[in-house]
Design a protein around this ligand. Structure first.
Ligand code: VGL
Ligand code: ZN
Length: 212
């Protein structure tokens, strides 16, 4: 079933900014790299995403007087978690992890580059209007089934999975190829929302066994 032209691996935000020591560290974030490297050869098609913010981005707590990281703020498009500065365009924090091995990746989608709008999703920005072009790209390529992995499970992976379902793709999240941030129960909530939307949840070992 894998190595099928209608399937793609979508590798979300495997960047130093989300690794231990990065701007927005995800606990054990670097553990996803060897897992992704093991499953990547199963896929003929792969897309990488890269969180790619200007330094004055609206999602950074430091750009709002008196606000601290992990507080929330109401913006014109809704609630926004304020994050520590991370993945600033062109900095080492924004670089993809050097050990990530997905050489067949055909596209890198950068997101979060509009100063006034965040984008957890690889498909639609947080204003829920502006698209990244990824849906049209995948459909133009005849890709119908997506396998998601990367960081963070409860933010960029979950939002991307939900938008992918809304766009009509079959979606599977490879759980052990992801790690979460888990702010006030966000990880459990994300899995509930994904299950309700028909997102499949598998372990990398199941995928590798299917392909063997
Ligand atoms: C992410 C928070 C802010 C993610 C990106 O990749 O999950 N989370 N920016
Ligand atoms: Zn971000």
């Amino acid at each position: 079933m894998l190595q099928d032209a209608s399937q793609a691996l979508i590798v979300i935000d495997v960047q130093y900014g989300f690794m231990p020591g990065g701007g927005l560290p995800v606990a054990d974030g670097d553990a996803v790299v060897p897992v992704i490297n093991r499953i990547a050869p199963l896929f003929a098609n792969a897309v990488l995403t890269q969180d790619w913010h200007p330094a004055d981005h609206v999602s950074f707590a430091r750009n709002h007087a008196g606000m601290q990281p992990y507080q929330t703020l109401t913006l014109p498009y809704g609630e926004q978690v304020l994050w520590p500065m991370h993945c600033v365009q062109g900095t080492p924090d924004a670089a993809l992890h050097a050990d990530l091995q997905v050489p067949q990746a055909q596209l890198i989608i950068r997101k979060g580059f509009h100063r006034d709008v965040d984008s957890y999703s690889a498909f639609v920005e947080a204003d829920r209007q502006t698209t990244t072009g990824l849906e049209a790209y995948l459909k133009a390529r005849g890709i119908r089934s997506l396998y998601l992995c990367g960081l963070a499970t409860d933010y960029c992976v979950a939002w991307s999975a939900l938008d992918a379902r809304a766009a009509g793709f079959e979606v599977t999240v490879v759980e052990d190829a992801c790690r979460g941030i888990d702010l006030e129960g966000s990880l459990a909530r994300a899995w509930e929302q994904m299950a309700a939307a028909g997102v499949q949840r598998v372990q990398s070992a199941e995928l590798l066994a299917t392909a063997a």
